[in-house]
Design a protein around this ligand. Structure first.
Ligand code: URA
Length: 230
């Protein structure tokens, strides 16, 4: 792992703050001052700041099959939080990278690595999310082109970013979007005169919901899945 990233992971510092810290010459790797954030830090390296060794924090990365009638917030309201399904230590220290509505099912990614989840949720990154959508009305033939061009959501001044629509049958489609506006999928179909009756997220970036998982079940991500986000 890069030294600047290692520092961020082991402290509360942002990548910029870590870079500034490195410039001060207060960071040592195996007792040598290092100012280059790109230096690779191996398993056995000792990193210290002003003589204080940094303890490497190992973050947790989880995928869950979110069931219906659960919420993606750390606070339980009328419905239980998905974090209730996690039988891990300090589950409520984790957060959800990209929330789903109470009536949406499917893939949620849960972590305590804020930088990692930022790659998924930041509007400045373009992390594709694929949804399976069930519709009230048959899909009109022009909708794929409309979504590819961008549509006007109610209350928004800009068109949506290009999205890909794949028709499974007249009332079932796959939609891949790179944005994550509030109720985005439902609002996109409303913008073309249709109505979403069922919504399920299958994929985020290169991470696909594991077919072995039942609603409410979860597993840790593999190293490959974690690295695919960075
Ligand atoms: N878009 C929606 O409308 N709802 C979700 O839960 C996710 C995306």
């Amino acid at each position: 792992m890069r030294l600047d990233k290692y520092i961020c992971k082991s402290t509360e510092l942002t990548r910029n703050e870590a870079k500034k810290l490195l410039k001060t010459g207060l960071v040592k790797v195996n007792d040598e001052v290092v100012k280059n954030g790109a230096l690779q830090v191996g398993e056995n390296c000792r990193v210290s700041v002003e003589g204080q060794e940094l303890i490497r924090r190992t973050a947790r990365y989880i995928m869950m099959f979110k069931p219906l009638d659960t919420i993606c917030s750390n606070v339980d309201e009328v419905h239980p939080s998905v974090l209730h399904f996690l039988d891990v230590d300090k589950a409520f220290d984790l957060h959800i990278a990209g929330r789903l509505d109470v009536d949406t099912t499917g893939l949620v990614l849960i972590t305590d690595d804020g930088q990692w989840s930022h790659q998924i949720t930041s509007p400045r990154k373009t992390c594709p999310k694929r949804y399976r959508v069930w519709l009230d009305e048959p899909i009109a033939p022009e909708v794929a082109a409309q979504f590819a061009h961008g549509v006007q959501l109610k209350g928004e001044s800009r068109l949506t970013q290009p999205a890909q629509l794949e028709v499974i049958d007249d009332k079932e489609v796959l939609l891949t979007i790179a944005e994550g506006k509030y109720h985005q999928v439902k609002r996109m179909f409303a913008a073309v005169g249709n109505h979403v009756v069922g919504l399920h997220r299958e994929k985020i970036g290169d991470i696909t919901l594991d077919e072995q998982l039942e609603p409410g079940q979860w597993r840790y991500l593999t190293e490959q899945e974690i690295a695919s986000v960075l």
